[in-house]
Design a protein around this ligand. Structure first.
Ligand code: FAD
Length: 334
């Protein structure tokens, strides 16, 4: 029988993030018994928040050393929790924190790890995971006989667990983690500089049209920047872009200063997993739209009623000037 551990870490405020709750949702959907393992500074509030999740047992590694992401302490905590639970299957969210350590933890345990997993199911007494290959063109279904098996589940792959809070009694696991690294602070880009937000509900996509000559014969880059950043600020949406727009800087043209190639979506860009997407000033050509594979609710604003989005690639296309539409949307968001 499978001995499953759902392995979670807390966020800096002591809560469980959305990906943690999605992983819990995926574990519950399997219909197999599972234990929960929590790591963090103080995990009691997090354990209480999922007290009714159906876990047979709660294990906890807590303390100041586990409040910050750090390889040595995170790996030691994850290893100790897995050993304490005697887990044959470890299901963990593919957060940057767990992604970094779990393959190493699997090695320490003599196990195997699969990253970027997008689904897990149990049928015919067999566990199967799904995972994409070759830039999301091929989907594989994988079984493994080797145990322990560490599975890192991507965001947006399962419904997040929600349930009443209660009181969870967690067994404290003591860990001796040696580290030479002391975290003295965190430096992060200002929120208006950091435009890629994988956990956001909505993707705003900016195409090259924002930098093109407008009906008055001139480009309006400054207005475009204000409208896009204003929308991102009000909604905390993530910003994607077309290849044409991010390439323009290489051709010496005026571009939106906050865009880099990391924002590019498509065949040679990224394939984000936001539930909703709004494309603006983007033509919706196939090499771009393949990057929208996982975006299930799609809308587009384009001056051209014959753009690619209008050919079955979006649910709704607004044939309108994106400068005017976004100005009104931003006004409504205030
Ligand atoms: C091998 C290969 C790989 C590629 N990989 C990628 C990739 O990964 N990602 C990617 O994005 N592309 C990729 N491309 C390029 C892709 O084919 C398109 O050229 C690109 O996506 C076009 O970008 P765009 O729609 O922003 O620009 P454009 O084609 O210039 O479209 C601009 C749009 O803006 C609209 N517009 C202008 N002003 C306004 C306004 N005021 N209001 C509303 N709409 C307005 C116009 O009507 C037009 O539809 C690839 C191409 C090749 C050959």
């Amino acid at each position: 029988m499978e001995n499953m551990l759902v392995l979670l870490h807390t966020e800096s405020d002591g809560s469980l993030g959305r990906m943690a709750l999605e992983t819990l949702g995926a574990a519950r959907a399997l219909g197999l018994p599972f234990a929960a393992g929590l790591a963090g500074g103080d995990v009691q509030a997090a354990a209480d928040s999922i007290a009714a999740c159906g876990a047979t047992h709660f294990f906890a590694v807590s303390g100041a050393a586990y409040a910050q992401p750090r390889y040595a302490t995170d790996a030691a905590a994850a290893e100790a929790l897995t050993r304490a639970a005697g887990a044959t299957l470890v299901l963990a969210p593919a957060t940057s924190r767990w992604n970094r350590v779990m393959p190493g933890v699997a090695h320490r345990l003599g196990g195997r790890a699969d990253t970027h997993v997008t689904g897990i199911a149990a049928a015919d007494r067999t566990l199967r995971i799904t995972r994409w290959y070759y830039r999301q063109r091929m989907e594989a279904v994988i079984e493994r006989a080797h145990r322990p098996w560490v599975v890192l589940l991507e965001s947006g792959s399962a419904e997040a667990y929600s349930g009443a809070a209660g009181t969870a009694s967690a067994e404290a696991i003591s860990v001796e983690a040696r580290t030479r690294t002391e975290v003295t602070g965190v430096q992060a880009p200002r929120s208006d500089q950091q435009t890629i937000r994988p956990d956001a509900e909505l993707l705003l996509e900016a195409g090259a049209g924002w930098t093109k000559n407008q009906p008055d014969g001139k480009p309006h880059i400054g207005d475009a920047e204000k409208l896009i950043l204003g929308f991102l600020d009000a909604t905390q949406a993530s910003l994607g872009s077309s290849k044409s727009l991010v390439d323009l800087s290489g051709e010496g043209q005026a571009v939106l200063g906050f865009l880099t190639h990391l924002n590019q979506i498509g065949q040679t860009g990224s394939t984000p997993r936001h539930r909703k997407g709004l494309a603006t000033c983007c033509h919706g050509e196939e090499p771009h739209v393949v990057g929208w594979r996982f975006v299930t609710e799609r809308r587009a604003v384009n001056l051209d009623a014959n753009c690619g989005w209008a050919r079955g690639k979006a649910d709704v296309v607004y044939v309108a000037d994106a400068f005017e539409v976004m100005a009104q949307v931003n006004a409504l968001l205030k």
